[in-house]
Design a binder for this molecule. Sequence first.
Ligand code: ATP
Ligand code: MG
Length: 344
Amino acid sequence: MAFKQLVFSGVQPTGNLHLGNYLGAIVKFVELQNSHDCIYCVVDLHAITVWQDPAELPRAIREVTAAFIAAGIDASKHIVFNQSQVAEHAELAWIFNCVARMGWLNRMTQFKEKAGKDRENASVGLFAYPTLMAADILVYRATHVPVGDDQKQHLELSRDIAQKFNNDFADAIGRHGFGEAFFPQPEPLIQGPATRVMSLRDGTKKMSKSDPSDQSRINLTDDADTIAHKIRRAKTDPHPLPHDEKELAQRPEADNLIGIYAALAGTSKATALKEFGGAQFSTFKNTLVELLVAKLAPLNAEMRRLNGDPAYIDSVLASGAARAQALAVETMTAVKDIVGFVRR
Ligand code: ATP
Ligand code: MG
């Protein structure tokens, strides 16, 4: 069965947005607007799977929204809202908790990494995170999901959940007139040279909002001096940059910086190495700083302006939530019929 093409993705309001979020996700969100209907969500229900200070959370939700708009997402043509304003996400997540299997969730590496050694003390929500993510996507029956490489495993789980729901309820799905399958198999869109931006302090760890070291990431709110300082201090190895892309596989820090450069310049790593192969890191880093500042300064200025107008941000979220909810309610009504719930 053919599903209408629809893009969905989300970003958590968990702290400082960074270059990884921008290149791995937000830049793709902006591009897809030209070819698809898009729904972009500030996933605050996901954020509270780890502790969030209630006095800080509203600011973080508005800041992610401001970043979406500042990056060029058109919230009137597309939909931008925060997850907690559309209760159907949580409602469908519950049903998916009863579809997904413990064994599936036990394999999720994000839970293992975030829970760390003290797994007994992690929230139940952190464990169930992927079923809520499946609900976020499937409550709109979305078909395409632009994400960074770290979310690939969760996307695969979303596909498994969609498939198991379609199989388990096949008779009811047919009976209610939805044909062979009620949910699509959402496709991950993970493309380009910066699908996994790494920490500036350790080329084997992903850049994260939750990394305690601010030196590990470029925040979207960093000014030019801070960006320059962080890139100059970024870990490297003692060799000049290679000519051949294959050599990057053994040099995670070089790979990361070249990937960042290529993504910002809209080119490939191979092309970037044609320019910088044989160069010292110090030379390359100067060019990288210039490019980063040129790309991030306008975004930074627009985010600052929007952060000064919370009433406007809230109106964007309210309008987006109303439009999203209208779609989500339709799906949930059908899901309730399929599952066999009695409703008004
Ligand atoms: P947290 O540490 O709280 O999980 P995060 O930095 O991982 O924060 P998320 O809100 O979880 O950010 O992810 C938002 C989007 O950014 C997702 O699509 C995710 O795949 C992408 N993303 C996150 N980190 C990176 C990264 N280092 N490189 C590329 N994409 C990334
Ligand atoms: Mg994350």
